[in-house]
Design a binder for this molecule. Sequence first.
Ligand code: GLC
Length: 518
Amino acid sequence: MSVETEKTKPAKAKTTKTKTTKTTKPKTTKTSVKPKKQIAVIDDGKPRVLLAAAEVNPFSQTGGLGEVASSLPVSANATGEATMAVVTPLYECVKEEYRKNFEFICHINVPVAWRNEYAGLFRYEYRGVIHYFIDNERYFKRPNLYGYYDDAERFSFFNRAILELMPFMDFKPNVLHANDWHTALLPIFYKQFYMNREGYEGMKTLITIHNIEYQGKYDGFLLEDVFGISGYEYYTLEWGGCVNLLYGAIAYSDLVSTVSRTYAQELRTAEHACGLENAIDRYADKLTGIVNGIDTEVYNPETAPSLFANYSAENPKAKAENKRGLQNLLGLPERSDVPMITMVTRLAGHKGLDILKSAMTDIVKEDVQFVLLGTGEPEYEGFFSDLQATYPDKVRALIMFNKDMSQKLFGAGDIYMMPSKSEPCGLGQMMAMRYGTIPIVRNVGGLNDTVTEGEDGNGFVATEHTSASLYEATKRAINAYHDKEKWAGIMHRSTSADWSWARSGKEYIEMYKKLLEK
Ligand code: GLC
């Protein structure tokens, strides 16, 4: 679709398939024709949830949020108990294979404090879920999703645009589900500007905290200049001497959730809450913890195309082919009897890399192979690259982010390393268990809710954040690996457990229902 066509026919374009959105609209086009508003739906009382997220797999993703935003709606819609749609920015990275089928709905001008900004709305149905994409090239046509000097303005625009464009969406929500700081302004804007407007009444708001480390903290002057919120509201959004968007969303939302039961508890402690513990405590009656699921269609050892050989929980024999395949690919000795430890991670201290780094001195002395995939802090990238150079028969450091390779590591490993210092939920340990790769974790957050050690255990737990505790747990895992019967039992328990969204999706639906009763 050319820029000209869009400019002159915004309303008509609703029924037009876009050939390409490469030439999506310039930023400040004036709308000459008022786009058509959508007709309201008949209310059957069931939750109709508009999930807003700054990243959604497979369109854009840097971490676990993108996984959750894509798989929770698919599973909720499959139940028929609730319907979910997703709204997300149209970033540069959204692939042409999807874009070419986008439907252009309309474009309008959206207030960003004292200015107006172009906002285009696209619609695309994917795996039974309506996805709305909000377009503004100035804000979103950039190489990365986050990390820009104007992130506050970019996401302020995004949240404002969601609300302004809502009348033009064919999905009529009764729940607005925000996720992390990027969409924290959604419940805030809703209550500040929209809840009493015609067509917007009666919606409930929820914020899910996927990681409290990122809060959206800004100087007070942004309140009026960027967010367009009156200075009189400063103290409803202030925490720790600045505007804190996540805090604001916790205060403004009808419910607050986080991604595991243990993390919900931990958020009330200074150790895990990054300064928001007292805020969480104040609103504790609004807080629920629901452990995430994983997308068991995508992470399925029976079908995953990246594996060297597919296998099932009932018949995991072919898993061995994956270990051999990876050893061969990476030039490691092709041995079936050596326990292979794999790890897919962001290379950051809080992912436990600090204790792992010192524990590696002892781990490499064992008869093991260790394969790591990830990028991050230069200290760790350098350390593991050097370790590979020193132990070429034991260690591989793949300093990259690669989904195909991560599946290979889940398939090939015997043991999966995930010693996070703090882990709101963690998806890697569940993906690994689904592939029969037994996790070593710390007993924190979602790791604590999903991995247990002992008689009926499915993994190994380091109970302290020390390299000694991690090494001991690794040693226990290596010993268990050599006890064939014991290992088969652990593998069976981990592969046969239900890690799908069917389980946690139900809990979300219950939460949405509870929200509607409020
Ligand atoms: C964040 C958390 C991670 C969680 C994911 C999805 O990335 O760090 O623990 O699994 O969000 O909720």
